[in-house]
Design a protein around this ligand. Structure first.
Ligand code: CA
Length: 221
């Protein structure tokens, strides 16, 4: 999953980016409102973490512009403002949740999972298609033959990207976009290598190759 972090405080931004990467998210970090909007124009993000007090355009302006463009990306506000008014304006303006600074990284990650679940119409911290399921908290996969299969963080991110929309074909470049942020060197066969590793762990039927187009997991059985 690829996350956009819009935060101008270097210490907070750095801590969040590290926590996201430890939790297997690809995270891009920008430090002002206009850069946030530009990033959202050019990349598909699974979730946005948006600070409110930002140079250029503040977070509420960024949110207004984003929703006026009909961009439905899940969005969590991070705010040090103790103003109830700003938080309410954010929620009414289309934010999915907010978190008051300072917060524990574990809480940020749990809120992100909750927002992603709600947006996906899924109340359980679990993705699945009847063939394979993925526990978003323990990061283990389960098949009919084998429960609790441990995955590396990139394997987890790749399977998650496919299981968010079973039946949808994702190309190599779409998968690279979801797995790697800016500044991550992507080796040319990295995706094929991860698919191979996942098939070895889960069984070769779990991820299907659609020749010339990409990969998919089958729609809910
Ligand atoms: Ca700020």
């Amino acid at each position: 999953m690829r996350i956009l972090l819009v935060e101008d405080d270097p210490m907070i931004g750095d801590a969040i980016q590290r926590a996201l990467s430890d939790a297997s998210y690809a995270a891009d970090w920008v430090k002002d409102g206009p850069s946030g909007l530009a990033a959202l124009d050019t990349h598909p993000y699974d979730l946005v973490l948006l600070d409110l007090g930002l140079p250029g355009k503040d977070g509420l302006e960024v949110l207004d512009i984003l929703r006026a463009r009909n961009n439905p990306v899940p969005l969590l506000i991070l705010t040090a403002r103790d103003s109830l008014d700003a938080r309410l304006r954010g929620l009414d303006g289309g934010a999915d949740d907010y978190l008051l600074k300072p917060f524990a990284m574990a809480e940020l990650l749990a809120r992100m999972r909750a927002v992603l679940r709600r947006k996906g119409g899924n109340a359980l911290p679990l993705l699945g298609n009847g063939v394979v399921s993925l526990d978003l908290v323990s990061k283990q996969a389960s098949t009919a033959d084998q429960p609790g299969i441990p995955l590396s963080s990139r394997e987890f991110a790749l399977l998650q990207a496919l299981l968010i929309r079973p039946g949808a074909i994702l190309s190599r470049s779409e998968l690279e976009d979801r797995l790697y942020g800016w500044g991550n060197e992507v080796e040319s066969n990295a995706i094929e290598f991860l698919i191979h590793a996942l098939r070895r762990k889960l069984g070769s039927h779990v991820i299907k190759n659609v020749r010339g187009l990409g990969w998919m997991v089958s729609k809910n059985a």
